[in-house]
Write a protein that binds this ligand. Structure first.
Ligand code: SIN
Length: 284
């Protein structure tokens, strides 16, 4: 018997009574989907799962990304998992040690941005290293009608170069990753394909609105990010080993906080579900 517990006012629910390393029944899968659409972020606690079991669980909910857009971040032998870690990898500082440090939605700088992500905590930071999430459906719904009308018409241009900390990584790999991911425009308001709800799609990785200058766009990008991340619209997750946290990238943004000692181990594995094609390459 599964039970749910709301995690915050704006979004987030913990689901109890599910073991992610076991095969899910159709009833369990449908139940999880329903709760996920209602709460946008779902949490399973005290899980034990090997990489292949995380992949198996994630594949119940959609097509798995092989992380070809960020090939240097893959877990060895498991391209369906991204290793997000402060531990050294192959004797070098990890390229993912500072992933996710500004508000974003995963793979928004690709033509087919992520529908959802599932992050398994192998080892949390000794203290801190939390992740914050905000609800982009509420962000849209709480804009005034005239502002909704303005954003309904816009396309946000996503630029991977605006990923916080990108240029602190291996510069040769960064250049290759930038070449793989040229700036992409997506509708600033997207309709969720399953719930039919409208959600704001903007982040700190948006350089401008398509057809507008950066100077014209910046005040509006800043306002929309400020509006979306008001404290009452945010859930802050404090990680424990064995947490599997799943978020819908079409209805949330998130940010990994750097409020911990980066010389300590924080080790996570992420499966990413592919979304629908919604972007086009731009050159303005
Ligand atoms: C991410 O942005 O996917 C990483 C989140 C985290 O490490 O908490």
């Amino acid at each position: 018997m599964s039970e749910i517990k709301q995690l915050a006012y704006a979004l987030g629910a913990q689901i109890e009574g599910i073991t992610i390393s076991e095969t899910l029944s159709d009833v369990q899968t449908a139940f999880i989907r329903k709760i996920w659409h209602e709460h946008h972020v779902i949490l399973f606690r005290e899980q034990k799962a090997k990489p292949n079991e995380i992949i198996e669980f994630a594949s119940n909910f959609g097509e798995l990304d092989d992380h070809a857009s960020t090939p240097f971040y893959r877990l060895e032998n498991f391209p369906q998992l991204m290793e997000i870690t402060t531990r050294r990898v192959n004797g070098r500082p990890s390229e993912t040690r500072n992933v996710g440090r500004n508000w974003h939605s995963d793979y928004s700088y690709t033509q087919r941005p992520a529908a959802a992500s599932m992050l398994f905590c192998v080892e949390p930071a000794p203290v801190g290293g939390d992740t914050m999430f905000c609800n982009m459906v509420k962000s849209y719904e709480t804009l005034s009608k005239p502002m909704q009308k303005i954003v309904d018409e816009l396309h946000s241009v996503y630029d991977i170069s605006l990923t916080a900390g990108l240029f602190q990584r291996d510069l040769k790999e960064v250049e290759e990753t930038r070449k793989l991911n040229p700036p992409i425009a997506h509708p600033t308001v997207r309709v969720h394909p399953e719930s039919g709800k409208k959600a704001l799609y903007v982040s700190e990785r948006v350089s401008h609105f398509h057809g507008m200058t950066s100077e014209e766009s910046k005040p509006l990008i800043d306002y929309l990010c400020y509006h979306a991340t008001r404290p009452e619209n945010v859930y802050r997750h404090v990680w424990r080993a064995g947490d599997l946290l799943c978020w819908d990238n079409r209805t949330t943004m998130h940010m990994a906080l750097t409020d911990f000692d980066l010389t300590q181990s924080r080790h996570m594995l992420r499966a990413t579900l592919r979304g629908e094609q919604s972007g086009f390459i731009v050159d303005d």
